[in-house]
Design a protein around this ligand. Structure first.
Ligand code: NAP
Length: 296
């Protein structure tokens, strides 16, 4: 079997188009331009690239982008003061604090200070709790993107055996709750799981969020399964260059799976598209409007 490739770039572009069209209507009908504020603390080069991409894509879908930069020496107090100002700013509908933060600042304190209605990353404990208890709220972007991608090839996840490898609060845990909400039968695996290959082989839907280059081999995949690879790992390539690979050995897995996301070009592009969608949702909710219809 050669797996169908789930083209995250194209699916993300479709979602961004929907967001842009809905944002235009929000402006025309209600005079609202959704605004996303991103806070970058310190000078981590990867974070700077992510923040730039987010700002560019925010403007490309017709929303307002504001980037606040704080030095690496900033105190927790300075960051909390900025968040308080953004919470109070009616032109800001979404607030994203780029992680990681410098070591002197506790990310949990900072994330809990964001107004949950503006928490477009979905990391506030209130939104995490709403997701875990099956209530509507803002949901973390990467797992949201994973479910959207899976549903492009599996319109119903009901009753499927889904295995999520990785239990981080950013990806694995929220993904479990999203899959449960889709009525999948969910197993969550992690570094202490016994016989991980056998657990993975039971999966109709295998989601890898581990951060270990090509950990999952072809013989870990159930024939015909759908594989969603969240991993982004930099490994040495030819000629002293680097290349990016996922947590799944793509070429081997593609021989066995029914459908698979590539790395790059799978989950990655969906994350920022889902951030745009969350900013729009936050703006609509703030205005007392129903949640925008954004299915792709
Ligand atoms: P993380 O916080 O480091 O969590 C990794 C998880 O994988 C942990 O639960 C860990 O288990 C588990 N794990 C580690 N080694 C394992 C092994 N050998 N076998 C089984 N489980 C193992 O990572 P994360 O933030 O969730 O990110 C995971 C990957 O996704 C990274 O490559 C990251 O770059 C990527 N990512 C991509 C996007 C995107 O937009 N595409 C967004 C976020 C993250 P324990 O809990 O037992 O330690």
């Amino acid at each position: 079997m050669t797996a169908r490739v789930i083209d995250g770039g194209a699916i993300a572009a479709g979602l961004r188009e929907k967001v842009a069209a809905t944002a235009r209507r929000l402006a025309q009908d209600h005079g609202i331009t959704p605004g996303l504020a991103v806070v970058l603390t310190g000078d981590n080069p990867a974070s700077a690239v992510y923040v730039r991409n987010k700002a560019t894509q925010t403007e490309a879908v017709g929303m307002r982008s504001v980037v606040h930069r704080l030095p690496a020496t900033a105190s927790a107090g300075e960051l909390l003061d900025l968040i308080a100002a953004l919470n109070a700013d009616p032109t800001v509908h979404g607030i994203l604090v780029q992680l990681p933060l410098p070591p002197q600042i506790d990310p949990h304190v900072v994330l809990a200070a964001i107004d949950p209605g503006k928490d477009v990353d979905g990391f506030h404990p209130l939104n995490a709790g709403r997701l875990a208890t099956g209530l509507p709220g803002l949901v973390p972007c990467t797992p949201l993107g994973c479910v959207i991608l899976a549903k492009t090839v599996l319109p119903s996840l009901a009753g499927l055996s889904a295995v999520v490898v990785g239990r981080s609060t950013i990806v694995g845990r929220p993904l479990v709750h999203l899959l449960l909400a889709e009525n999948a039968t969910v197993t969550i695996a992690h570094s202490k799981t016994r016989d991980l290959p056998a657990v993975c082989r039971g999966a109709d839907l295998l989601c890898a969020a581990v951060g270990r280059p090509e950990l999952m081999r072809g013989d870990w995949i159930k024939p015909g399964a759908t594989v969603i690879d969240v991993g982004i790992n930099r490994v040495a390539g030819e000629g002293g260059k680097h290349r990016i690979v996922g947590d799944v050995a793509y070429a081997e897995a593609a021989e066995v799976a029914g459908a698979i996301t590539p790395v790059p070009g799978g989950v990655g592009p969906m994350t920022i598209a889902c951030l745009m969608a969350n900013t729009l949702r936050a703006a609509a909710a703030r205005a007392g409007l129903p949640p925008p219809e954004l299915s792709v």
